[in-house]
Design a protein around this ligand. Structure first.
Ligand code: PRX
Length: 572
């Protein structure tokens, strides 16, 4: 089936006409949705939860939660009270003041959201950590951010090297019956007895809200700081792009350890007063379809890898479930193949809407909207209020159909505020003319649609998760058998890319499959399962520049059988 475009679908959408809204839109207009535009008092958690608890939404379900053992729901009023209590629990430690970092390292659960909202209410900066992180990854993040408080579980606390983290003063355990002492506290016990009268900490719009660590091609993961001002765009895009409306039941499949799980798994839906479904546990096609059926999900936000895995599970399964409630389906994180869009049309009779943005950008930037014609394979067009372009390395705007750097004109509300402890890194994102350079290469066609081409740097996107090759290489070098290591992303039909490592061994070690497995486990245990190389290849020596830097592009050329290009900087 040839599929150049998919026509727009008629409906009563929040964004009725893309062009009309784009022309002349001003972010000042969006600010009117918030109570602070009148009171001057700003706090994300107030706007996301408390505000609704005083309206007709007070008994509306804000959170549906389900995992293997729990099945619970919370109204906006209940979430307000519980997060007020959580705020008091944090205050009572004496270790949380405005701007302090409270990290949360645990699987999805109601307590995760209650803790996050409570911390925001007392003015803290929340740092959510993905549950799969192992000791090395946890340490890097808690150390760099100097987190003072951590909320975690008895299962995960063993991965927190407490004695190496002098700033860490209080550790709350969720789901544990423990002997408390100065440092370790039982979160639920304190939550139960805490007062529900909380003085919210009113902040400035540029005060810190959330710290997401993300990977680049060099160096350790960097802390991307977002501020309360992000709510303007998270709210507005939840309206325009997710098209959230009063009766919707919305399900975002992302974990809050990643930016999609906070911007659109927490803040966006609640800012718009929407019922939000959160599901824990591992991916299983049946469970996913059952989630849609059981909760009557109407708007579903997921990722290409997940769609491809569902596709791989076969269409027979789908027939066992009633998925007719679905009215809007979206995707983020990696290129959305036209093939997946075709499958979505076939099995759900729905167009899957691609959205493009990044941890650094805090919210959607280039998207497909329900009211617009979709060109499968394209990320769509910039949201109103955002100017996107393809620029060369000097910041000159290129004409349509020319490949270059995908760049955004500075000034959108949810832009990161800084890189934690590294303002120079933040500054390095910009080119003359005020262009934020994404690190993606793309082109724009004559109709203004953007087409993703690849990363400019070596960052790997595997199953929608961003992995920095440097981090994996550093961990590999800690393995007792390894002399040199280079890591690349290798194209994969399901995961987008997989991590492939090239390693040279130290003298005296033998190139065996057992050693490969041992190396894989070493990275898995030290960093995280998703960072462990699925493929490992032994080489006597790796290509390096004269200054000793591993030449990943040569590794990639080897792997893909491509010309290796200019080798003038390679050591002899
Ligand atoms: O390369 C782009 C890819 O994901 C990168 C950002 O990764 P991260 O900060 O982890 O955020 C992911 C979710 C917001 C981008 O630089 N990416 C994201 N969305 C798309 C995409 N690539 C192609 N198409 C997309 N829709």
């Amino acid at each position: 089936m040839e599929m150049r475009t998919l026509p727009s679908v008629n409906g009563n959408y929040n964004l009725q006409s893309y062009e009309d809204t784009y022309n002349g839109f001003d972010w000042k207009e969006a600010e009117k949705a918030f109570s602070w535009s009148e009171t001057g008092k700003v706090n994300m958690a107030y706007e996301a939860i408390d505000r609704h608890a005083n309206t007709f939404r007070k008994n509306k379900i804000a959170l549906y939660f389900r995992n293997e053992t729990r099945n619970e729901k919370y109204t906006f009023k209940e979430l307000k009270e519980l997060s007020d209590k959580a705020g008091n629990v944090f205050k009572a430690t004496g270790n949380v003041e405005k701007g302090d970092r409270v990290f949360i390292f645990m699987p999805r659960s109601p307590e995760l959201y209650i803790a996050a909202l409570g911390a925001v209410k007392v003015g803290a900066i929340v740092g959510p950590l993905f549950e799969a992180f192992m000791e090395g990854a946890v340490k890097d993040r808690l150390e760099d951010s100097e987190a003072k408080v951590l909320v975690t579980t008895p299962e995960l606390v063993g991965r927190v090297p407490v004695d190496q983290l002098p700033a860490l003063k209080t550790i709350f355990l969720v789901g544990a019956n423990i002997e408390e002492d100065e440092k370790y506290k039982d979160f639920q016990k304190h939550l139960k007895t805490a007062s529900k009268d909380l003085e919210i900490e009113w902040v400035d719009r540029t005060d810190g809200l959330i710290l997401h660590y993300t990977s680049g091609s060099t160096g350790k993961p960097k802390g991307v700081l977002h501020v309360h001002n992000a709510m303007i765009q998270q709210y507005q895009t939840s309206k325009w792009v997710l098209d959230l409306q009063e009766e919707d039941v919305y399900w975002c499949t992302a974990d809050p350890g990643w930016v999609t799980g906070t911007s659109y798994g927490m803040f966006g839906p609640w800012l718009t007063g929407t019922s939000n479904v959160v599901v824990g546990g591992r991916f299983k096609p049946e469970d996913w379809y059952k989630t849609i059926e059981d909760f009557g999900v109407t708007v579903w936000y997921s990722a290409p890898t997940a769609f491809r895995m569902l596709m791989g599970a076969g269409d027979e399964i789908i027939k066992k479930f009633n998925l007719t409630t679905l009215r809007h389906v979206l995707s983020v994180g990696e290129p959305l193949n036209p093939e997946v869009i075709r499958w979505g049309m076939k099995v759900f009779n729905k167009r899957i809407h691609d959205t493009w943005w990044m941890t650094e950008t805090g919210a959607h930037l280039i998207c497909n909207y329900p009211c617009m014609e979709i060109k499968p394979g394209s990320m769509g067009k910039p949201i109103p209020g955002v100017e996107a372009a393809i620029v060369d390395d000097q910041g000159n705007v290129l004409p349509p159909n020319r490949m270059g750097n995908l760049a955004i004109k500075k000034g959108w509300p949810s832009m990161m505020y800084t890189i934690w402890n590294n303002q120079a890194k933040y500054d390095s994102y910009f080119l003359p003319g005020g262009w934020y350079v994404s690190g993606d290469s793309a082109y724009m066609d004559e109709d203004g649609y953007f087409w993703f081409q690849g990363r400019v740097d070596d960052v790997i996107m595997t199953s929608g998760e961003r992995v920095g090759p440097f981090e994996v290489e550093s961990k590999l070098l800690e393995h007792p058998a390894i002399a040199e290591a280079g890591v690349i992303g290798k194209p994969d039909p399901v995961r987008g890319e997989i991590i492939k490592a090239f390693v040279a061994l130290l003298d005296g070690f033998e190139e065996t499959d057992e050693l490969k497995e041992d190396i894989r486990q070493f990275v898995k245990k030290g960093l995280a399962a998703h960072a462990a190389p699925r493929e490992i290849e032994f080489r006597d020596k790796l290509p390096k520049t004269r200054s000793g830097k591993i030449m990943r592009r040569v590794l990639k050329a080897w792997e893909l059988d491509l010309p290796v290009g200019d080798l003038s900087t390679m050591e002899d």
